[in-house]
Design a protein around this ligand. Structure first.
Ligand code: ADP
Length: 269
């Protein structure tokens, strides 16, 4: 009953999403498969969410790839303005988002709300920092040559995240990527996808264009392999177990992707 009441409140604020986000549209799994998300405090089923695999991931990658040409050409200030709106919306909805984290992840509400605030602050921070990505002018060894370093977004970033900080680990990875002009395909943990989907809904509301931020979830190894095999995905960022991190690193070598294995630190004061 407690779970049902909390879910009803979240549904009324449009933050309760159970489908994947591809190209700005909420999409069912192509074969209609779903998986259940549980409240770890009492074992209640909170929701059935889509269980996606290879085909949906390929489409999410294509959406992100197509969106890259427009998003990467905006100025850092233009991207920053949309990210600032996303930050504002996350803060505005921190109570509901905190409830969602508590519901699917199990941490106390106070810690869950602190996670939302810190996660939102990551967006604010990177949106500002991206305005100050400077290149370099290097002394040339030849008199008739000029040498400089230009920093550019790599392209589509595959983002794979765990259950323990279901919102903040996503914003920590996605905010710098979006701020500097990359687009993303997010695969949250199947144990805690609801916070990621709510954050994605707010990203849409903040005017981040369709396809810039996509979310797929379901069969972890099929989604992971599709991200690894795609030449359009230029970087993988992962937080989770060492065993999966090693697999991703090895798989990324085939298409020579950059890999970030991010250790995550968080403290509540
Ligand atoms: P933890 O259990 O500590 O969260 P995992 O490494 O098992 O660590 O999970 C972290 C993330 O990695 C989750 O989103 C999970 O679904 C995903 N994952 C697990 N196996 C694979 C895989 N073979 N390829 C890609 N992602 C995976």
């Amino acid at each position: 009953m407690e779970t049902e009441n909390a879910v009803a409140r979240l549904k009324s604020s449009r933050l309760f999403r159970t489908k994947g986000l591809i190209g700005g549209k909420w999409i069912d799994a192509y074969d209609g498969k779903t998986i259940e998300v549980y409240n770890p405090a009492n074992g209640d089923v909170i929701a059935s969410v889509v269980c996606m695999g290879e085909r949906e991931t390929k489409d999410a990658i294509s959406s992100a790839y197509n969106a890259f040409s427009h998003w990467s050409k905006l100025t850092a200030a233009e991207r920053s303005a949309r990210l600032r709106k996303w930050y504002n919306l996350l803060i505005e909805h921190k109570e509901e988002l905190g409830q969602l984290i508590t519901l699917e992840q199990g941490k106390p509400l106070e810690e869950a709300i602190a996670e939302v605030v810190t996660g939102a602050s990551d967006i604010e921070f990177f949106a500002e920092e991206a305005k100050r990505i400077y290149g370099d002018i290097l002394p040339s060894p030849q008199p008739d040559r000029r040498m400089f370093v230009l920093k550019q977004p790599v392209g589509v970033v595959g983002t794979i995240t765990p259950w323990n900080f279901p919102l903040e680990i996503i914003t920590r990875k996605v905010a710098p990527a979006l701020a500097c002009g990359c687009t993303v395909v997010i695969k949250p943990s199947e144990l805690t996808p609801l916070s990621a989907l709510a954050a994605a809904e707010l990203a849409l509301q903040s005017g981040i264009p369709p396809g810039v931020l996509n979310v797929v979830m379901g069969d972890a190894s099929k989604i992971g392999n599709s991200l690894l095999e795609s030449p359009q995905v230029r970087k993988i960022t992962f937080t989770g177990s060492t065993a999966v991190g090693k697999k991703l690193m090895a798989g990324a070598a085939e298409t020579v992707k950059k890999v970030i294995l991010l250790k995550f630190m968080f403290s509540v004061t």
